[in-house]
Design a protein. Structure first.
Length: 419
């Protein structure tokens, strides 16, 4: 008998691509979430007026979605009155637990397996611990101790990021604790989007970890033309202005002469005060943008020659894929999902995290190339097309098939590592 699965997460994580992958082959029992637009309202005036168009995916029928009224109510009430990040994190933990309990009850009722995102799995896994069904887990963010060591070492070199550093450590303490580690321990199979994330959870897992890299949507415009040169190359950073994203590294190397030859645009939010001070001290002021819509961000990708995101810690880095789909050359670090894309030199440059000399060299090479012959944007877009969301969905289905094959053979679960 074909096995189906209950999936659970809050909001519109990963554009609903994981449940979509199962729905495509009739393996989605239900998606448990907080709010999902009914099929009849998708694309209508009400969804546009309320800004809820992103809370629906055509590949996931609303008939397969189960809401958690408690999770929705907590976001409409307790989350709005939370006074600080700690209180907000505590509310989110209650939301996660609520969704997990609904998923567990749905699995018990239907006899389906569980395929849950990390943070939403503990209660459900406990409820079906002895059931004859797989308990699959998708871990989307690198885990505690691994992350903490990286951030502490960087902070010892750059104390100006103290504000966001302390915040990151607080997030690890409140958001993770032992919850995700216990989910990993109880899971019968684990997948994640990057090798970097997989390496961070190896100490928690006695089974192999499959790596299924994320994908990208096709660009809105069909043709950018072949390569172009630019007198003033455009360099773009997209992300939070915090230690974890490595913005302080970019600013340090930018002031070492790069500002003379290229223009920098920062699409940022939640900027660390220490990093904001570094922006103010640059010899020439970069353009700083925030609160962009998805279309406005897509426009920035199209305008830029190079995207740079020198993250210290990144579960994957979806902005890399958005930039590639627009024909941008991207610069990132090994502590992201960029290495898993296996992009050629024309498409991407990967540098060690925190290595300012390597970052400076990569930016110098890229901006010089952009100013002279330019990058072949069509070639970059063609590569991005080979790293589509359909590739991700196919990878998820293969992970599930492998899981079932081993489960059915032995009643146990021991997947080989895929990296």
């Amino acid at each position: 008998m074909e096995r189906s699965y209950v999936v659970a997460f809050n909001r519109d994580r990963d554009f609903y691509q994981l449940p979509a992958s199962l729905a495509a082959v009739g393996k989605l029992q239900s998606l448990v979430t907080d709010l999902y637009l009914p099929d009849a309202l998708e694309g209508g005036w009400l969804s546009r007026t309320l800004g809820l168009g992103h809370r629906h995916c055509g590949a996931v029928p609303s008939s397969l979605v189960r809401w958690s009224p408690e999770a929705l109510w907590l976001q409409m009430t307790s989350l709005r009155i939370a006074k600080n990040e700690r209180q907000r994190s505590e509310v989110f933990r209650r939301i996660d637990a609520s969704l997990s309990r609904v998923a567990g009850r749905e699995a018990q009722r239907s006899g389906a397996g569980l395929f849950l995102y990390s943070g939403y799995a503990l209660e459900a896994f406990e409820m079906v611990q002895n059931a004859d069904a797989p308990r699959l887990l998708f871990v989307y963010h690198p885990q505690g101790d691994h992350v903490r060591r990286i951030l502490e070492e960087d902070f010892s070199r750059y104390p100006e990021v103290e504000f966001s550093h302390r915040r990151h450590l607080g997030e690890i303490a409140v958001n993770e604790g032992n919850r995700v580690a216990e989910e990993i321990r109880r899971a019968t199979g684990v997948a994640c989007a990057s090798t970097f994330t997989a390496e961070s959870i190896r100490p928690c897992s006695d089974i192999g970890v499959s790596v299924v890299p994320y994908g990208c949507f096709p660009p809105v415009h069909a043709n950018f033309g072949i390569s172009r040169g630019s007198a003033r190359p455009q360099v773009l950073f997209v992300g939070q202005g915090t230690q974890r994203k490595g913005l302080h590294h970019l600013l340090k190397v930018w002031r070492e002469g790069l500002y003379r030859d290229a223009e920098l645009t920062l699409v940022v939010n939640q900027v660390d005060p220490g990093i904001a001070g570094m922006i103010d001290l640059l010899p020439t002021s970069p353009q700083v943008l925030e609160g962009l819509t998805r279309q406005e961000l897509a426009n920035e990708f199209e305008r830029a020659d190079v995207l740079v995101l020198p993250s210290l810690v990144e579960g994957f880095g979806l902005v890399y894929l958005g930039a590639l789909a627009a024909g941008c050359h991207v610069i990132g670090t090994f502590n992201t999902g960029l290495p898993d894309l296996r992009a050629p030199e024309e498409v991407a440059t990967v540098v060690p995290p925190g290595d300012l000399e390597a970052l400076h060299a990569a930016l110098r090479t890229a901006t010089t190339r952009a100013a002279k012959e330019g990058f072949d944007r069509d070639a970059i877009r063609s590569f991005a097309a080979t790293r589509s969301w359909e590739n991700f969905r196919a990878g998820i289905r293969k992970f599930v098939d492998d899981s079932e094959r081993i489960w059915n053979k032995s009643g146990d679960f021991e997947l080989p590592a895929k990296y």
